[in-house]
Ligand binder design. Structure first.
Ligand code: SAH
Length: 345
C-alpha cells in the first residue's frame, strides 16, 4: 500500500518512468502538467501524448480517481461536504468552505484515525490506512472541477492525523505548491496536529512557510490527558517546547486550537491557565465550540461562557477568534458524514 501511484510522483520521477518506456524526457513535463495543473481525469484526455504511450501508461500505472458519492450543500452559507470513494472502496470526507477571501478546502489525510481524541467522530472506528499524496491532492482537484471555482486555501483538518502520515503529507505539500502544478502558496496551507513531538520537530526543520495548528484543548497536562490519549505519550511541556522550536525555525506564528467542552475545559480558571501557558508566545488561539457526537456525553459551552473565555484571553493580550460554524444545517461533527455512510452500507 505504501507504493506510490503515478499521480503521487514528482516530475523527476515521471522522467524515470518515461525513460523506462523509451520516451523523451520532456514528455514527463507534459504528463505532470496534465495530472497536476489540468487535473486530468484519465490518460485519454492527454491528447498531446501519443495513443501508444497512453496505452502503455494505462497498462502499467493505473490512473486512480476519486469518485464523489455524496455532496451536501448548506442552504445557509454554501458550505459543501463531499464524500469521496477511493480506488479500494474506502471513503473519505472533505469540506469546501466559501469565504469572501476565497475558497478553502478541508481535506482528510488518513482513512480513520488512531489518535483516539474523546470528542472526535473520526477516530471512533479506528485507523484503516494512510492516504496517498495523490488521494490528498485529488480531494482538492475534484472539488475544483466539480464547482468550477478555484481553491485558494487548504486546511489539513479532516479525518486523520497528518503528521502520522508524514512522508505522504510532505510530498502532498511539495506537489500542491509546485509552480508547475496548482502553484498554491505555502502560506495558504494549514496543517493541524494533535501534537506528535518528533514530527513537529522534523517539520520545523523543513522550514516550510505553512501554518501549523496545534490541537491543545486543555491548559494543563491532567485535563489534556482526559480529552486526548496522545497526551500521555507526549507531555504538554514537551509539546510546547516543540512548538517554540517550530516558530524559531520557520518564523511562522502558530495557531492553537481549543475545542471548548461544556464543564470540562471552559472555566475562567482554565482560561487564565491557558493565558499563562501561552504567555509571550507569538500565536493565535482558535476557540471551537465542541460539536457534540452521539457516542459521547460532551456538550457545548453556553454562549456567555464562550465569550467570557475569549475575553479573559484577550485581557492577557492574546489574539483569539471563535471559529464560525459553517454549514450548520449539513454538518454534524468532523467524520460524521463518513461514519453514517459506513454504518449504513
Ligand atoms: N488530527 C489533527 C486534525 C484533526 S481535526 C488534529 O488533531 O489536529 C481538526 C480539529 O478539530 C482538531 O483540533 C480536533 O481536535 C477538532 N475536533 C475534532 N472533533 C471535534 C468536535 N466534535 N468538536 C470540536 N472540535 C473537534
Amino acid at each position: 500500500m505504501s507504493e506510490l501511484d503515478i499521480r503521487s510522483m514528482t516530475q523527476e520521477e515521471l522522467g524515470q518512468v518515461m525513460e523506462s518506456l523509451g520516451e523523451k524526457p520532456f514528455k514527463a513535463r507534459q504528463l505532470y502538467q496534465w495530472i497536476h495543473q489540468k487535473a486530468a481525469g484519465s490518460y485519454e484526455e492527454m491528447t498531446n501524448l501519443s495513443k501508444g504511450l497512453r496505452e502503455q501508461l494505462k497498462e502499467r500505472y493505473p490512473y486512480r480517481n476519486l469518485q464523489a458519492v455524496q455532496v451536501q450543500t448548506s442552504k445557509l452559507d454554501g458550505t459543501q461536504k463531499y464524500l469521496f470513494r477511493l480506488f479500494d472502496g474506502n471513503v473519505v470526507e472533505s469540506v469546501l468552505m466559501r469565504y469572501h477571501h476565497g475558497n478553502s478546502v478541508c481535506i482528510s489525510s488518513q482513512v480513520g484515525c488512531r489518535m483516539g481524541c474523546r470528542f472526535c467522530a473520526s477516530t471512533l472506528d479506528g485507523w484503516t490506512r494512510n492516504l496517498l499524496p495523490s488521494e490528498m491532492l485529488s480531494q482538492i482537484y475534484e472539488i475544483g472541477k466539480i464547482t468550477g471555482e478555484r481553491v485558494s486555501n487548504v486546511v489539513v483538518m479532516g479525518t486523520g492525523e497528518p503528521l502520522d502520515n508524514y512522508d505522504n503529507l510532505l510530498r502532498f505539500i511539495r506537489i500542491l505548491t509546485d509552480e508547475k502544478g496548482q502553484n498554491l502558496s505555502q502560506r495558504n496551507i494549514t496543517v493541524s496536529t494533535c501534537g506528535l513531538v518528533p514530527q513537529i520537530r522534523q517539520l520545523a526543520r523543513e522550514r516550510l512557510q505553512i501554518t501549523l495548528a496545534l490541537s491543545l484543548h486543555a491548559p494543563n497536562q491532567e485535563k489534556r490527558e482526559a480529552l486526548m490519549p496522545i497526551a500521555r505519550r507526549y507531555e504538554l511541556g514537551e509539546v510546547m517546547e516543540a512548538c517554540r522550536f517550530y516558530f524559531q525555525e520557520t518564523g511562522r506564528r502558530m495557531t492553537f486550537e481549543y475545542s471548548l467542552v461544556g464543564g470540562e475545559n471552559d472555566s475562567q480558571r482554565d482560561a487564565q491557565e491557558l493565558a499563562e501557558l501561552l504567555s509571550g508566545f507569538p500565536c493565535h488561539v482558535n476557540l471551537i465550540p465542541v460539536n457534540p457526537i452521539k457516542e459521547r456525553n460532551y456538550v457545548q459551552s453556553d454562549k456567555k461562557v464562550i465569550l467570557n473565555f475569549k475575553k479573559k484571553l484577550e485581557n492577557y493580550g492574546i489574539n483569539v477568534t471563535i471559529r464560525r460554524e459553517m454549514g450548520r444545517d449539513i454538518d454534524g461533527a468532523c467524520g460524521q458524514l463518513r461514519k453514517r455512510y459506513m454504518d449504513e452500507t
